[in-house]
Design a binder for this molecule. Structure first.
Ligand SMILES: C[C@](O)(CO)[C@H](O)COP(=O)(O)OP(=O)(O)OC[C@H]1O[C@@H](n2ccc(N)nc2=O)[C@H](O)[C@@H]1O
Ligand SMILES: Nc1ncnc2c1ncn2[C@@H]1O[C@H](COP(=O)(O)OP(=O)(O)OP(=O)(O)O)[C@@H](O)[C@H]1O
Length: 289
């Protein structure tokens, strides 16, 4: 028996950090959505009691360190499943990019195994399980547009942004999420207008969304990685309506209404940035196929 799931990348439309908590995480408020750059997860039932990971991507681990492995292990233990599973990960999302690739693979594994092992778990329960794997996994379980609070696991779904094009550009350096959070000077943070962003989504107000893009983690990543700022400037000069770094970085995204403009930005970035993608915004429960 076999099933497959798509695991889309996320982008942060806002990312605010409120304070440092006693558990070493930060209290956040983030508006996030999904784009149609996606990994593909294939799940094959095994008779023997084993979790196997296969991927041709040499940057991701194929053992317990893989977040998809952890998702399968968590379900197996919690629901006392004796069968095993082979997980094949076709990676499209750049690794350590701020696009939640690993979290989305874990979430897709939870959704897929819920079906394959016929567990009947609700989306809310799956998202709660996801939070045990990582802060972004709950959002990725919903696979839509949402406000995320707490350390990222308290999810309120929102309407999808109006249809537009997204240009993604990833500088060659990877970024450690943990060190970005640890280096954030909390007294210097200028907070995003999270409530305004939520309203803009509810009103399908493209200009309102563009004017409110803000990520406080840029305060740490931009000075450390000058290429991130260069890409932002290049995207704006080439006609992006708005640009922002996603997550802890270093990937930058630019929003545009028309495909021709997206192509112009793409062409202007080729040459000084190796990984550039033109994708569509996804959103609430849109299918990826
Ligand atoms: C930057 C974002 O991707 C934005 O969506 C997330 O906040 C990070 O989500 P993630 O990569 O799933 O994060 P986790 O794997 O749970 O945590 C990695 C590390 O980031 C830091 N971390 C993460 C989330 C959070 N709310 N506060 C934190 O301080 C912690 O040091 C933690 O050890
Ligand atoms: N299935 C997976 N796909 C990608 N990376 C994985 C996976 N499982 C574990 N990892 C590890 O997780 C680390 C971060 O990878 P990931 O691509 O999820 O980062 P990210 O996009 O910055 O995440 P986030 O936006 O949630 O902070 C990498 O060092 C990688 O080795």
């Amino acid at each position: 028996m076999y099933t497959s799931e798509k695991a889309p990348a996320k982008i942060n439309l806002t990312l605010d950090v409120l304070y440092k908590r006693s558990d070493d995480f930060h209290e956040v408020e983030m508006v996030m959505t999904t784009v149609d750059l996606a990994d593909r997860i294939e799940l094959y039932l095994l008779d023997r009691d084993e979790i196997m990971i296969q991927s041709e991507n040499r940057f991701i681990p194929n053992d317990e360190r893989n977040l998809a492995f952890r998702a399968a292990k968590l379900l197996k233990e919690r629901f006392k499943i004796s069968a095993g599973v082979k997980i094949i990960i076709e990676k499209q999302i750049p690794v350590a990019a701020g696009l939640a690739g690993g979290s989305s693979d874990a979430a897709a594994t939870l959704r897929g195994l819920n079906r394959l092992w016929q567990l009947g778990i609700s989306t809310e329960q799956l998202a709660a399980l996801g939070a045990e794997i990582g802060s972004d996994v709950s959002f990725c379980v919903y696979n839509s547009t949402a406000l995320a609070k707490g350390r990222g696991e308290i999810i309120t779904e929102l309407p999808a942004p109006p249809s537009c094009w997204v240009v993604l550009a990833k500088p060659s350096q990877g970024v450690s999420t943990q060190s970005v959070y640890q280096s954030l000077p909390l007294d210097k943070v200028e907070h995003p207008d999270t409530i305004g962003m939520v309203e803009a989504l509810k009103n399908s107000d493209y200009d309102g969304i563009c004017s409110r893009l803000k990520n406080v983690l840029e305060l740490v990543t931009l000075p450390k990685h000058p290429q991130v700022q260069q890409i932002k400037q290049q995207m704006l000069q080439s006609g992006a309506d708005a640009v922002l770094m996603s997550g802890s970085g270093p990937t930058v995204f630019g929003l545009v209404k028309h495909e021709s403009r997206a192509v112009r930005i793409y062409n202007s970035l080729r040459g000084f940035c190796e990984e550039v993608y033109i994708v569509r915004m996804l959103g609430s429960h849109q299918t990826l196929d």
